[in-house]
Design a protein around this ligand. Structure first.
Ligand code: AG3
Length: 283
């Protein structure tokens, strides 16, 4: 093997940086109608899923992202019962959502069924909640699903998408957020993965603007470490319909009856504190 084939590298050309994994083996590669998927076994991070050249998740650190995409929004909501995940085909977010005993129905609407089938094979622990009777797996276009959703029928919407290019582009604009706003009940909360505070601040600002323009009353960004994503630092942006997602059920979070590896009530509070260069974003 040459050196090149023993490493997988995602480059960030705009920022002149990259992140690499030492590879033990390429386990799978395919082109679906939507994207190019690769699965690797790595030296240090366990299994790795890559879509269109971008790192999606590894065994070692996916808990950071999946917990922070799920628990802050669900503890910010007063009593989430019906939750929708858009994208999230690896089922890691769905698994976290189903840890909340009050959730009655959790939908995962993923456009590319192959992502889920490969996760079942290579990341079985992420799919361990898929046979929970409250889980509903649907393969299709999340944008259309939300357009068709009954108005006021959801408590929380979690957009666990790829970067805002290609199939996920339509998950970051005002038209999409309008459909989310319509589909949410009063007090409903939307959260979308919102890339890196350091590399993508303009995108985060544009998400806040688009969410407000779509009718949401309060918008907030939280951040967390994620060394395998561009800049090693990632974010999620929340939008509340009649509620401020800065507030959360802190006591419930403190006495939660499920395990997490990163999320705690204190992490929740800390994650919502913005660094100086981000102050004034959201409110
Ligand atoms: N969601 C994708 C985050 C985007 C990562 N971007 C990148 N590597 N350029 C991850 C899916 C996990 N459920």
């Amino acid at each position: 093997m040459t050196l090149d084939t023993t490493w997988f590298t995602e480059t960030y050309p705009k920022d002149g940086a990259a992140f690499s994994f030492k590879i033990k083996a390429k386990l799978h590669e395919e082109r679906t109608p939507y994207q190019h998927i690769e699965i690797y076994d790595t030296e240090g991070f366990g299994k790795l899923m890559v879509i269109d050249g971008c790192v999606m998740l590894t065994d070692r650190d996916n808990f950071l992202y999946h917990e922070m995409m799920s628990h802050p929004v669900l503890f910010a909501h007063r009593a989430p019962k019906k939750v929708m995940v858009i994208g999230g085909g690896d089922c890691g977010t769905l698994r976290e959502v189903l840890k909340h005993p009050g959730v009655e129905e959790a939908w995962q609407v993923e456009i590319d069924e192959r992502v889920t089938r490969l996760a079942e094979k290579y990341f079985p622990e992420l799919c361990s909640a898929n046979d929970d009777p409250r889980a509903r797996l649907y393969f299709g276009d999340g944008i259309q699903w939300l357009k068709d959703a009954d108005p006021g029928s959801l408590d929380a919407i979690i957009v666990d998408s790829t970067d805002p290019v290609g199939p996920a582009e339509g998950l970051f604009n005002e038209a999409f957020y309008r459909n989310c706003h319509r589909a949410l009940r009063p007090d409903g909360i939307l959260v979308g993965q919102s890339e890196s505070p350091l590399f993508h601040k303009a995108l985060i600002e544009s998400m806040h603007q688009a969410m407000r323009a779509a009718g949401f009353d309060h918008t907030r960004t939280l951040s967390f470490p994620q060394c395998v994503y561009p800049s090693g630092w990632w974010s999620a942006t929340l939008a509340g319909k009649g509620v401020d997602p800065l507030q959360f059920r802190e006591q419930d979070a403190r006495k939660k009856e499920f395990d997490t590896l990163y999320y705690t009530a204190d992490i929740h509070k800390a994650a919502l504190v913005m660094p100086a260069f981000m102050e004034g974003i959201g409110g």
